[in-house]
Design a protein around this ligand. Structure first.
Ligand SMILES: *[C@@H]1O[C@H](CO)[C@@H](O)[C@H](O)[C@H]1NC(C)=O
Ligand SMILES: *[C@@H]1O[C@H](CO)[C@@H](O)[C@H](O)[C@H]1NC(C)=O
Ligand SMILES: *[C@@H]1O[C@H](CO)[C@@H](O)[C@H](O)[C@H]1NC(C)=O
Ligand SMILES: *[C@@H]1O[C@H](CO)[C@@H](O)[C@H](O)[C@H]1NC(C)=O
Ligand SMILES: *[C@@H]1O[C@H](CO)[C@@H](O)[C@H](O)[C@H]1NC(C)=O
Ligand SMILES: CC(=O)N[C@H]1CO[C@H](CO)[C@@H](O)[C@@H]1O
Length: 528
């Protein structure tokens, strides 16, 4: 009897705890400027990235020396980044395999050690789940995530992840956010459910925020790459429900949320998202913290509900019905349910001409602008990145393989906006006819002004890795197989020349004199 009472008491307490931690809370504003123009990097990011690069350089030197002793004395080392594409769990797990194949703590293939040499890691949609699971859990190895978390949590469908109790807790979370005066949408429900699979911690890591990552030990010791997620803006106020290929691209990191694109061209401190601001200053005294719940942020990066445009149509899908069953406990269906909503931090902000009149921003999956490989944050000149590993696990073709669309769109948008850091990317026809989507290919080797993109597409080296984006249930064995296949994607199927040639491709961007062995291999790996 007493035991039962204790149980129900602790259940009630944990429910109350969950609700309290999901709702944003009032907090004193930072004394520093909350909003700034997108005229360069923030001081915090600049300082952090410099410290990170120094550590990454040492790791890169170690890796290079293993490829060719000629690199032992390399001095000018390029800045490296990884981009993890969207594509649901297929992308999360295949992308995880690529991290594993790069991580010297976790594999012993030709590319092992490159994870330690990265300064940035961007992810979108399924890739944002990956970035969040890795960074939000303080950068454990992929193997430990598979055994400690994903192997169990992906085994059940998302819809049943926590059974009825989970749904009750989630409704309580949403109600608390609603009661605190914030709109709640399907993205809240989606992010909360996914969090049980992606984050460690009570109630699906409910108390984790994106800005908290800046306080984790691996971050403060500059031991891991800087995490960024992307999302696309929708001008709902103009009657738009889906963005086009030039939709505003937002990025969010532990430090900042905003966009480089003209019309927004500003960033706000992530920790204070949700605050009521006008022209960059608090308009109501106090600020708000906790709006940047990590699940809500990766939920926003993977929020596709707007594709149906109408709540009733979303409710007619299997996942939509489940999410609405929870959301309807909070409020009646509304069009804003189909978006990740954010009180506009750039309200009345001079630089943000396209959105300065709006009190709310509506954000959706980063791939809705067609850039399923998140390159946009990484090709910004301010970040001065030299080499990007672009891991493409898109399902472009009828059989769920990539066909180059994601990186070609990044190139076309970069051209349209005058960004010359993006190397030339060939047409889809060329991608397919020259099978560029089935193996590692280097783009931009011979263009000194452009970044070199090391394209690492999905290929079924050891598993049928073209699992549908809509598959929401992964048996533990499939999870392991997709990760193992990702290791093969990282190392180009274990081809013997890959490590040494990758070293040539990377070092070519530093302007170093290349050893003679590089000539032939670059001719075979470089597209242009
Ligand atoms: C990695 O593999 C190489 C070659 O197979 C071997 O010489 C080396 O000892 C291995 N390193 C580790 C850490 O297992
Ligand atoms: C979240 O809660 C756990 C206990 O469940 C605690 O250990 C951790 O420090 C909390 N994290 C944050 C960021 O508040
Ligand atoms: C969703 O559909 C179900 C079944 O048709 C219906 O009972 C429910 O009221 C709908 N919910 C919303 C929010 O439209
Ligand atoms: C390439 O992928 C896009 C979707 O991303 C698709 O619309 C197009 O039909 C595909 N083309 C080929 C030739 O596979
Ligand atoms: C995976 O690809 C193979 C060969 O390209 C194809 O036969 C199969 O139908 C695809 N599976 C899915 C789920 O798309
Ligand atoms: C685009 C594409 O289909 N790429 C390849 C992915 O891997 C499978 C299996 O090896 C190939 O059949 C596809 O051609």
């Amino acid at each position: 009897m007493a035991f039962l009472k204790l149980c129900s008491l602790s259940f009630l307490l944990s429910t109350a705890f969950a609700a309290d931690t999901y709702a944003p809370v009032s907090a004193t504003c930072a004394s520093t400027a909350l909003v700034r123009d997108a005229s360069g990097l923030s001081t915090e990011e600049t300082t952090w990235a410099e410290s990170r690069k120094a550590i990454a350089d040492e790791a890169l030197k170690t890796w290079l020396a293993k490829q060719n002793s000629a690199w032992a004395d390399a001095t000018t080392l390029p800045k490296l980044a990884l981009s993890s594409s969207g594509g649901g769990y297929r992308a999360m797990l295949g992308g995880a395999g690529v991290i594993k194949g790069f991580d010297s703590r976790d594999s012993n293939v030709s590319t092992s050690g490159l994870w330690q040499a990265l300064t940035y890691h961007a992810g979108l949609s399924g890739g944002a789940w990956l970035v969040s699971s890795v960074a939000g859990n303080n950068w454990p190895t992929i193997s430990s995530l598979v055994t400690g978390l994903w192997g169990n949590t992906l085994d059940e469908t998302l819809l049943l992840a926590e059974g009825l109790d989970g749904a009750i807790d989630i409704a309580a979370d949403l109600k608390a956010k609603h009661k605190a005066g914030f709109d709640t949408t399907l993205t809240d429900t989606w992010g909360r459910l996914l969090s049980y699979q992606i984050l460690y911690g009570d109630n699906g890591g409910v108390n984790k925020t994106l800005s908290d990552i800046a306080g984790l030990s691996e971050y403060t010791s500059h031991n891991a790459p800087f995490p960024i997620m992307t999302s696309t803006g929708v001008k709902l106020w103009e009657g738009e429900c889906k963005p086009d290929t030039l939709g505003t691209q937002y990025e969010f990191s532990p430090l900042e949320f905003g966009s480089w694109d003209s019309g927004v061209a500003a960033f706000v401190q992530t920790e204070y998202l949700g605050s009521s601001l006008s022209n960059g200053a608090p308009s109501g005294g106090d600020c708000v913290t906790g709006y940047d719940n990590l699940g809500y942020m990766f939920g926003t990066s993977s929020s596709l509900f707007n594709l149906a445009c109408i709540p009733a149509e979303v409710n007619a899908t299997e996942i939509g019905t489940l999410l609405y069953e929870i959301l309807i406990k909070v409020h009646e269906a509304a069009t804003s349910d189909l978006f990740g909503v954010f009180p506009n931090p750039f309200y009345q902000y001079t630089a943000s001409s396209d959105i300065a009149d709006q009190d709310t921003l509506y954000l959706v999956d980063g791939a809705e602008s067609n850039q399923n490989v998140p390159l946009w944050p990484l090709i910004q000149p301010a970040r001065a990145i030299d080499v990007i590993f672009a891991n493409d696990l898109s399902a472009d073709t009828d059989f769920n393989w990539p066909n180059g669309t994601g990186i070609l769109q990044a190139y076309e948008t970069a051209m349209a906006e005058g960004l010359t850091t993006m190397p030339e990317i060939p047409s889809i026809e060329t991608f397919v006819s020259e099978a560029l989507n089935t193996k590692a290919v280097f783009f931009g080797c011979n263009d000194p002004d452009a970044i070199t993109i090391i394209y690492l597409p999905n290929f079924s080296f050891s598993a049928a890795s073209n699992v549908s984006t809509l598959q929401l249930e992964y048996e533990a064995i499939l999870t392991s197989e997709l990760v193992a296949n990702g290791v093969q994607i990282a190392s180009n199927g274990g081809k013997a020349d890959f490590g040494p040639c990758l070293a040539c491709g990377i070092m070519q961007k530093s302007g170093a004199t290349l050893p003679s062995e590089c000539t032939d291999c670059l001719a075979s790996y470089c597209y242009n």
